[in-house]
Design a protein around this ligand. Sequence first.
Ligand code: SF4
Length: 256
Amino acid sequence: MDIHGPIYSRRFGTSIIINLRDHKNEKNCTWRCIYCPWKKENLITKSPEEFPSRTAGNQNFMTESLVKLRRLTQSQSDLKSVILSGNSDPTNYRGFEELVSEIIAFRKTQKGAWSLVCFTNGVALDNESVLNACESVDEIWVKLDCSNIALFQKLNRPVTQAESFKKQVENIGKLHAPCIQTMLWRNQKDFEYQNWTPENLKGLIDIYEQLKPAYVHLLTPKQESLFSAIQPVGHEGMHGFALRIEERGISAEVWG
Ligand code: SF4
């Protein structure tokens, strides 16, 4: 577990980031999105059964990390957010539920006004205790880039076949007020590997309407950080899509 910050985030203000990776050369996420920012580091993608078990060693480490987090949150008067994120899906961490409840408890004793935010791909939401922990954070941001199984398999590339697209949508639907984050991109070289298509955009709007998220945030990659074939969507296109979502009564913002 790494804890660093404060950093300034345009979306979340002054923030402290908690990265629940176990080793810096591993990526505890069961997807291999073609735009994954951690791909550049050649991180190893683990399958769920390879995620580490909780041991006395990592329990001690969690206690030490919480001491550090308490110190950082106390010393930062303008802190807006503590964010569970990084080169791992936080919900895959075996101590996730306990960590969330510890953070919420000490925020109460500190009378902290900051928000606890968590990013996930939503795969672990079919585990009831993970779902309950996610419901207890202030903002749970779940990824949704594709509106059909063929595109999902091609672009988000789950490690196991069990992670079907249908299950992803069902999992998001278990949250009472999910926030959805959608990455959109073009691919001029290979049209099959883009999600900026009329069919996908229409399908996404239908799924947003079904899931009734609290917010949708739209992002597009920064070209320099990705493969040359993946290209950002222009400002006008992104804002036009946000308007179409808002026409369905769903709050949407462009952050890419
Ligand atoms: S869900 Fe996030 S961490 Fe996992 S592969 Fe996709 S972009 Fe990377």
